[in-house]
Each structure stands twice: as C-alpha cells, then as structure tokens.
Design a protein around this ligand. Structure first.
Ligand code: T3D
Length: 263
C-alpha cells in the first residue's frame, strides 16, 4: 500500500478517491488536504468524470483533524489557526458546488470534520459497522465543516442538539433511519453499492444533475418565492440543454436515453 494520503482510481465515467492515512483513521493533516484538493481539481478538469466517490482506507472513514498536529505545551492554546478558512471550509463549499454528484461511501467511523465532510457529499451511503460522531464537544470544540448547518436541516433541532452537545456515537443504521444519510448497507456490500450509484450517475444527464445541486444548495436560504424564481431559471437552462430533448425522445421511443455528459 502506498503512503500517498489520497489514492485516485479512474473508472469509466467516475473516480474513486480514498482517504489514505489508515493508521490515524484517515485524520486530516495539511498534506492530505492538499492532495485531496489536487485530486478534486483533476476530477473536475476531466470532462469524462461524471461522479466522484470518497471513501476511507482501512477500518475508518475519517477521524477529522489530526490532533497530533495540535499538541501544545501546558499553558499554550492549540489555536486552530486558519485550518477552517484554509482547508475545511473551501472543501465543503467545493463538494457542494462540483458539477456532478459526490458519493460518500462511509466504511467506518466518521468523526469530527470527517463526519461533516461526509454529510457535505450529495449521497451518503454507509456500512453497518460505520458510525457518525460529532466528536467536537469531547475536546471542547464546536461542530465545524458545516456540521451546525447540516445537522438541524437533516435530522431536526432536537436530534441536532443531542448529537452536537452529547457527542455520542450514532450507528449507521440509526443515521439512515433518522434521515442523516441516504442508506446503510452490509459491510461487504458497501463499495459494490457505492459503485452502482456512481455507474448510474456516469450515464445520467450530468448537466441537469448539476442544476439540481444548485437548486437544493440554494433552497435552505431561500423563501418559497425566491426558490420558485430560481426553479424557473434553472428549468429554462435545463430545458435548453439537448439532454432534455433526448430524454423526451427516448421516452417516446421506449428506449434508454443517451445523454451528453459534461461536454
Ligand atoms: O484545530 C483545528 O484545525 C480545528 C478543526 C477541527 C476539526 C476536527 O475534526 S476536530 C475533531 C477531531 N477529531 C476527533 O476528536 C476524533 C478523535 N478520535 C476519536 O475520538 C477516536 O479515534 C474515534 C472515536 C474516531 C475512533 O475510536 P477507536 O477506539 O475506534 O480508535 P482509536 O484507537 O481511538 O484510534 C485508532 C488510532 O487512530 C489511534 O492511534 P494509535 O493509538 O493506534 O497509534 C488514534 O490515536 C488515531 N487517531 C484517531 N483519531 C485521530 C487519531 N490520531 C490523530 N488525530 C485524530 N483525529
């Protein structure tokens, strides 16, 4: 196994990025942030890439910030410096804005920023043995990487407060039943199921999916009126795209559509 912090697998129509610091449950250090940024840049620049899967090497998905980089002498404060502004916030914004779906295949524990980076992905599928932990309160921190935004929207205020303030483990099964994630599957089925989702997206109307992401990203901050206006504008854009005409023709001709992808 290589010691590169991010592994990239090229598949037909999609890519798999593996967080690869298994000895530390794939906790983030600066090198892993930088490698992930480059891997995402490459995926976006490759117009044949129509979906991205993110998973973890070994028994964890991601344990958030590598705390061994935050050890200080007694009396000093491990001030987070600019890690949110420099790394975590751009990453979350990037995942939401990518013009194709991002699938988190959560293979094990997802803690701290590792949990919230998974939640920032468009589809979160987890194995039965995975767990989700807002571990920040265990060490005196605040949910970051969008956690305080995602949690109440996904599971409601009461559960968001319980998760953030108590910082207890949440099993993947409960996460699915609460609506925090899309699906929970058997451990040995995780990558197979995540690949099936990527394969679905690899022939889907990608440009339309990018507009769906834009609509959903905007909806939490919009009034109904503003959202109706946005839907009108996005629908006009989608309607002008040849994929719409192809979708209609394929439906009428009772055949599978052949969408154009990102070209
Ligand atoms: O400062 C800033 O930049 C602010 C930004 C913060 C963003 C954040 O993400 S803050 C939250 C940081 N993460 C955590 O607090 C989670 C820490 N980890 C844990 O609580 C536990 O490891 C888990 C609950 C995730 C898993 O527990 P368990 O029992 O399955 O595994 P373990 O034995 O604790 O961990 C296995 C190894 O990974 C272990 O190393 P060892 O003893 O085998 O050499 C452990 O130290 C290491 N590890 C796990 N998480 C981290 C880590 N090493 C460094 N940083 C970690 N976050």
């Amino acid at each position: 196994m290589t010691d590169q912090p991010i592994l990239t697998q090229l598949e037909v129509g999609y890519r798999i990025l593996t967080l690869n610091r298994p000895d530390k449950l794939n906790a983030f250090n600066d090198a892993m942030h930088e490698a992930l940024r480059s891997a995402i840049d490459e995926a976006e620049a490759d117009l044949t890439c129509r979906a991205l899967m993110i998973t973890g090497a070994g028994r964890g998905f991601c344990a958030g910030q590598d705390l061994s980089d935050r050890v200080v002498k007694p009396g000093e404060a491990p001030v987070p410096r600019n890690s949110l502004e420099k790394h975590y916030n751009p990453l979350v914004r990037r995942l939401r804005a990518l013009p194709f779906p991002v699938i988190a295949a959560v293979n094990g524990v997802a803690a701290g920023a590792g949990c919230n980076i998974a939640l920032a992905c468009d589809i979160v599928i987890a194995s039965t043995s995975a767990k989700f932990i807002q571990s920040f309160a265990r060490i005196g921190l605040v949910p970051d990487s969008g956690g305080s935004w995602f949690l109440p929207r996904l599971v409601g205020d009461a559960r968001a407060r319980g998760l953030a303030l108590l910082a207890q483990d949440l099993s993947a099964e409960k996460a699915a039943s609460w609506g925090l994630i899309w699906r929970c599957v058997a451990d040995d089925a995780l990558i197979y199921e995540a690949r099936r989702i990527c394969e679905h997206f690899s022939i889907a109307p990608t440009q339309g999916l990018a507009l769906i992401k834009r609509a959903l990203n905007a909806s939490a901050g919009n009034t109904l009126d503003a959202q109706l206006d946005l839907e009108r504008d996005l629908q006009r854009e989608a309607g002008m795209n040849p994929d719409y005409a192809e979708g209609v023709r394929a439906f009428m001709e009772k055949r599978k559509p052949k969408f154009r992808g990102r070209q």
